[in-house]
Design a protein around this ligand. Structure first.
Ligand code: AMP
Length: 408
């Protein structure tokens, strides 16, 4: 039997879609009670064998088949729901929330998608040529199959759209910067906003009273300084390449290296782009970007892994120091994402020897692993140091549901 909106387990939920160039991640989430109803990943879209993993209410289905494009991928996902007896188009989804990486200067809020919004996202795509085009393909594909469900774009840049001028501007010729929309936009905003709000709830403090440093350390990594819920600085810039050392990205680099590689190395811009984004960072330094493996190698005395780890920490500590000065007073430091939530040595080493600044980690608390927000600072630490698991899908679901409700 097919579910109808009245008795559907999907009723009131949000379909969250994160479309990459050859992948599609999705979740169906109830934004109120935070229940994840379904979860899935389609990989290798456009190749001869695409891989699909679909989970719905405890049942997992794995498939390998040929999926020519994102629309075929989404059609298959809807079919998998159908196999479980759920007609997703008729089942009372309240919204579709699309993760869109770059909102440029045009979008500072989650936005209901219509034709105008779609063409604006397309217009600013040159700012994020690897990310926005697949995000748009996901938007098109879902809207063809679910035309009656309100679709909302949630931008990675939105949280940082009001960065103060001194943090948002590069010291570049103003006319050139204006013409090419070159400024610091910041990314991972959905995560930085989510964990900074959750930290205030956890501490039972008013967000407006807190000065926070947020460290989103995953394969991509970024830090931000957040005063009273509003970011005043962040490490990623016009693109997600700037700032911290990441899994495969350089982070901050002397722009003169581009001239050197081009003039002396004869490399093309596309080759340099690939080198900086895909072959650098931890991977470039030690051949590996899985932090678990790096920590094991450091433990075993591997020199390359040790150098990579020290470069990573050096950059991270430099930004923590910078944000302490920018904020003037720091109340909380938050670790989140894959490395931040799981790698206790990174947390301990990045905040080592800062007792003079009121930052003291409790080793036993730091060793605890669970999926809950938790305090890892000692009782006598003036700064509260927290691990707050991020949940970008839930944040997107909440934003999409709220925009769709107010548009009704
Ligand atoms: P994310 O991009 O947030 O999914 O984070 C991915 C990163 O988290 C990868 O570098 C993983 O190696 C790292 N990671 C996940 N679990 C652990 C762990 N238990 N210890 C160290 N690093 C981890």
């Amino acid at each position: 039997m097919t579910d109808t909106a009245e008795n559907s387990p999907i009723d009131g939920t949000v379909l969250v879609v994160n479309a990459g160039s050859s992948s599609l991640k999705y979740q169906v989430i109830h934004p109120g009670d935070e229940e994840v109803v379904a979860d899935g990943l389609v990989e290798r879209i456009g190749e001869t064998t695409s891989k699909v993993t679909h989970w719905y209410r405890g049942d997992e289905v794995k498939r390998e088949c040929e999926l020519a494009d994102h629309q075929a991928a989404i059609a298959l996902v809807l079919e998998l729901f159908q196999d479980s007896g759920v007609d997703i188009a008729e089942s009372g989804l309240s919204a579709v929330g699309h993760r869109v990486v770059h909102g440029g200067r045009s979008f500072s809020q989650p936005t209901l998608i219509d034709e105008k919004v779609r063409s604006e996202i397309e217009r600013i795509s040159p700012l994020a040529p690897l990310h926005n085009p697949p995000n748009l393909v996901g938007i098109e594909a879902v809207s063809k199959l679910l035309p009656d469900v309100p679709a909302v774009a949630v931008f990675d840049t939105a949280f940082f759209s009001d960065l103060p001028a001194e943090a948002a501007n590069y010291a570049l010729d103003r006319e050139v910067a204006e013409e090419y929309a070159i400024r610091r936009y910041g990314f991972h905003g959905t995560s930085h906003e989510f964990v900074s709000q959750l930290a205030a709830e956890f501490l039972e403090r008013d967000l407006a009273d807190l000065n926070q440093i947020v460290l989103h350390l995953g394969n991509g990594a970024s830090a931000s300084a957040v005063r009273g819920g509003t970011p005043i600085d962040t490490t990623m810039g016009m693109t997600p390449l700037e700032g911290l050392v990441m899994g495969t990205r350089t982070g901050d680099i002397d722009a003169g290296i581009v001239f050197q590689l081009s003039r002396v190395g004869g490399m093309s811009i596309d080759e340099i782009d690939k080198l900086f984004n895909k072959q650098s960072g931890l991977k470039g330094l030690c051949g590996e970007n899985d932090f678990r493996a790096i920590l094991e190698r450091v433990e075993a005395g591997d020199e390359d892994a040790d150098r990579a780890y020290r470069v990573y920490l050096h950059r991270l500590r430099r930004y923590i120091g910078a944000y302490m000065i920018e904020l003037g007073r720091v109340d909380t430091i938050i670790f989140t994402a894959g490395v931040g939530e799981n790698a206790a040595p990174v947390r301990a080493d990045s905040l080592a020897d800062l007792e003079g600044y009121g930052i003291v980690i409790d080793p036993e608390r730091n060793a605890v692993r669970n999926g809950e927000p938790r305090r890892i600072s000692a009782d006598d630490s003036r700064v509260e140091v927290l691990v707050v698991p991020t949940n970008e899908e839930l944040a997107i679901a909440r934003a999409a549901s709220s925009v769709a409700r107010s548009a009704r």
